[in-house]
Design a protein around this ligand. Structure first.
Ligand code: X2X
Length: 341
């Protein structure tokens, strides 16, 4: 009897030791995290914050190295989801724009003038639609840990102030290589040119394009857009959420305790990052717009009425893209937005 108990005890101990060492041995020396922009921008800094929190709280068991400036996909930002799915990138802090060429429902966030404000965005990402998107990503091999943010995308250019739809006519505007952006810019009368972010910054410098569109705090201020463009128009035409994600297989290889640490760290890093990029854009704190003005830029803030005039020119985009996104998802989002008013 005693001998049997001892044997069982020994077997149990061995299997426990084995299970532990097997788990530890499964962990890689380094996990790769992909980010499209540079490390100094709030987006890149958010990724570093996440990696640091995870490293500290797992006592170095999970060592995430952040690969900035699209370096894991040789600059081609619209390939990011593919390399994530394949496991080249274990983690990502990614824009919905760059993944929307592969995951069509993410074009929801690219619908022009669809989200009026942050409240509307939060109602969508933090509600049923956010859950649906998380399920969709999970089915494709990727776990959504938290929503961060690049921000509302605002247009800048070197030619003239854009105060009404006709002002955009013929301007050569750099956009990401995503079809809906090309179609939206064409519908608005502009001449869109698609370019990866790395090339875009050189193009601004050389004046190859007249303008571009990006969030003020997250991108335009850090890259000192006033060096190239004198005019900014705040029109909130597209919202650009960021997704902090991990490859499903990689997540499953971690112990439940480490998975919990990862989730918690993602929420903390993304919350902080979101607060940083929202600062200074809404009255009474308009310090971000004031900064652009102090650098010599002429900043136009569109009234809701004029914004509607721009939106009216993009009906062809809605007609085509609602079907591509999924009419049901768009309807649910409209409902969530209406409820947030
Ligand atoms: O390429 C851009 O404009 C950027 C950096 O904002 C994105 O990756 C969507």
């Amino acid at each position: 009897m005693l001998k049997r108990r001892l044997t069982i005890f020994m077997l149990l101990s061995f299997s426990l030791i084995f299970a532990f060492t097997a788990t530890a041995a499964d962990y890689k020396k380094e996990y790769k995290m992909s980010v499209v922009v540079g490390p100094k921008l709030p987006w890149g800094a958010g990724a570093t914050k996440f990696a640091d929190l995870v490293r500290e709280r797992t006592d170095g068991r999970i060592n995430i190295k952040v690969y900035t400036s699209s370096s894991l996909m040789a600059g081609k930002q619209t390939n990011e989801f593919l390399i994530h799915r394949q496991g080249v990138a274990d983690f990502c802090f990614a824009s919905t724009i760059n993944w929307s060429t592969t995951i069509k429902p993410l074009n929801l966030f690219n619908l022009p003038f669809f989200f009026p404000d942050y409240k509307a965005l939060d109602a969508v990402t933090q509600g049923e639609v956010g859950d649906e998107i998380a399920n969709l990503l999970s089915a494709k091999g990727v776990t959504l840990l938290a929503w961060g943010e690049n921000g509302f995308r605002e247009i800048t250019n070197s030619k003239r102030a854009i105060t009404k739809p006709a002002d955009l006519e013929g301007l050569k505007i750099r956009v990401v290589g995503t079809p809906v952006f090309i179609e939206t810019m064409r519908a608005l009368g502009a001449n869109p040119v698609n370019m990866n972010w790395g090339d875009a910054q050189v193009a601004f410098q050389q004046g190859v394009v007249d303008g571009q569109e990006n969030p003020v705090v997250a991108i335009e201020i850090p890259v000192k857009i006033w060096q190239f463009h004198q005019y900014a128009t705040i029109w909130r035409y597209v919202i650009d959420p960021l997704m902090l994600t991990v490859n499903n297989k990689v997540m499953a290889s971690f112990s439940p305790a480490d998975q919990a640490i990862i989730k918690q760290a993602a929420n903390e890093a993304a919350d902080e990052q979101r607060m940083i990029v929202r600062k200074g854009l809404i009255a009474p704190d308009l310090s971000a717009l004031e900064l652009l003005r102090s650098k010599g830029m002429e900043v136009t803030v569109l009234s809701p009425e004029v914004r509607d005039q721009f939106k009216a020119k993009t009906t062809s985009v809605y007609t085509k893209w609602i079907d591509v996104i999924g009419a049901d998802l768009v309807k649910k989002s409209e409902k969530a937005i209406a409820a947030s008013r």
